[in-house]
Design a protein around this ligand. Structure first.
Ligand SMILES: Nc1ncnc2c1ncn2[C@@H]1O[C@H](COP(=O)(O)OP(=O)(O)O)[C@@H](O)[C@H]1O
Ligand code: SF4
Ligand SMILES: [Mg+2]
Length: 419
């Protein structure tokens, strides 16, 4: 293990392992939509719409959800790269919600972000030495032995050749560039690192290496992570707790093992069982999946009540009118659902299932999965058969199968036939 020597530490009070490092309350980000000559605001994209969570010192909090659900916006809000519309962000007990650039400068050392795209996040005109050394210059910190020596040490720590100090980003592969981004983020020995889909842009073969690097660095440096991913596979092995986001909200926030073993929110269950697989040959082996059909509704006008009700196979009337609060239903497991999974009252009799939900429940059995080779009509995304499925699914969720009645009745135009 190597010790970094980044000079003095910033003014934080210091947080013991397990104590709350970051606390987020009612956090919101609404991006205004403007129109016309006067640029009048005509609406807002409710990218993050009232979320509460905390991050404990030394832990890794995974954040997952489909594309567009507000993960990156959340990451940028808590690192204060974006100004929140509402709510509160506290770091080490200090309110940083509306700190300006100058106020945030000392904080920048403690809170760092690793970006999704290692291609656009590194300035192509700067050498690796300049890029990784930038945090020292920006903060006016001179590490023991000078910046160059420290940068070379950091390059070595992240598995790069320190001799490559004078090379440019285009001379490196995607995985190596992400290592450079990691070296830059770790230069000032931050307390909190927010990694926004740090491996999504990388080859699958390299993803595990980069995730393992992050994991090793955490062990060495006692860091706290928020790791954002769009599916549950990436965060599974590194997270202590996981927050599942849907349309600007956290729908489940749970200890890792409980989330994987007994997910309580239907959306979590769907995410766990139904990472959509575009390859029909593989899909046939994946019977038992719940495939969420249709797109995530628009965050400009999210559905009333529970935002997931337009795609949920358990939706009842109350789901369309009352937003379920995120409450702790089991120790370490907070869920926002009127009829949670793995709970005794998951299908209360005094509520009336929506007809779409009833249809969807019928679809959620393991029997009606498209047989191998018959998946063409089920292929998500195009063709009249799919239209039929998604039309149906606009009301709810369908099983991973094209062989719903609706799909079967729809005339095929040849391009999406069952052949
Ligand atoms: N700067 C912006 N202006 C307007 N809308 C934005 C902006 N950034 C993100 N959004 C919108 O906010 C929603 C959430 O985006 P994002 O946080 O990037 O989601 P995710 O990272 O989960 O894919 C999306 O609908 C996106 O189009
Ligand atoms: S059961 Fe109701 S509250 Fe729960 S996720 Fe489905 S629609 Fe939302
Ligand atoms: Mg994103």
């Amino acid at each position: 293990m190597k010790e970094t020597s980044t000079g003095t530490t910033s003014g934080g009070t210091g947080t013991q392992a397990g104590e709350t490092l970051l606390k987020v309350t009612g956090l919101q980000k609404h991006f205004p939509i403007r129109k016309g000559l006067l640029q009048r605001q005509v609406g807002a994209v409710k990218a993050v719409d009232g979320i509460d969570f905390d991050v404990r010192s030394g832990e890794t909090l995974g954040v997952v959800g489909e594309s567009g659900c507000g993960k990156s916006t959340m990451g940028r809000l808590i690192t204060r790269l974006l100004e929140p519309t509402g709510g509160r962000v506290e770091f080490e007990g200090r309110d940083i919600t509306h700190l300006g650039v100058a106020g945030m400068r000392p904080m920048r050392r403690d809170v760092q972000m690793i970006f999704q795209d290692p291609y656009s996040s590194l300035n192509p005109r700067h050498t690796i030495g300049t890029i990784v050394g930038a945090p020292f210059r920006l903060q006016g910190v001179t590490p023991d032995g000078g910046i160059k020596k420290e940068v070379q040490r950091l390059l070595e720590v992240v598995g790069l050749n320190p001799e490559h100090y004078n090379r440019y980003p285009h001379e490196f592969s995607g995985g190596q560039r992400q290592r450079i981004g990691i070296a830059r983020a770790f230069a000032l020995k931050p307390k909190l690192v927010v990694a926004d889909e740090p491996v999504s842009a990388l080859d699958v073969s390299i993803q595990a290496q980069v995730v393992n690097l992050l994991d090793d660095l955490q062990d060495e440096l006692g860091l706290t992570y928020v790791i954002i991913a769009h599916d549950l596979s990436v965060v599974r092995h590194v997270s202590d707790r996981i927050a599942v986001m849907y349309l600007g909200k956290i729908v489940e926030l749970s200890d890792r093992d409980a989330l994987y073993e007994t997910p309580m929110h239907p959306y979590t269950k769907a995410l766990l069982s139904a990472v959509p697989i575009p390859d029909p040959r593989r899909r046939s082996a994946e019977s038992g999946r719940i495939l969420l059909k249709g797109d995530v509704p628009s965050p400009i006008a999210p559905p009333s009540g529970c935002r997931f009700h337009t795609r949920c196979w358990k939706a009842t009337r109350i789901c369309t009118t009352q937003e379920p609060p995120l409450i702790e239903l089991r120790p370490g497991q907070r869920v926002a659902c009127h009829h949670p999974e793995n709970a005794p009252d998951q299908a209360p009799e005094d509520t009336e299932l929506l007809s779409a939900a009833i249809e969807a429940i019928e679809l959620v059995t393991t029997d009606d999965v498209a047989p191998a080779g018959g998946g063409a009509a089920a292929e998500a995304g195009s063709g009249p058969a799919t239209k039929a499925v998604t039309k149906d699914a606009a009301k709810g969720v369908t099983k991973d199968a094209a062989t719903t009645d609706a799909a079967a009745e729809e005339p095929a135009d040849g391009t999406t036939s069952d052949e």
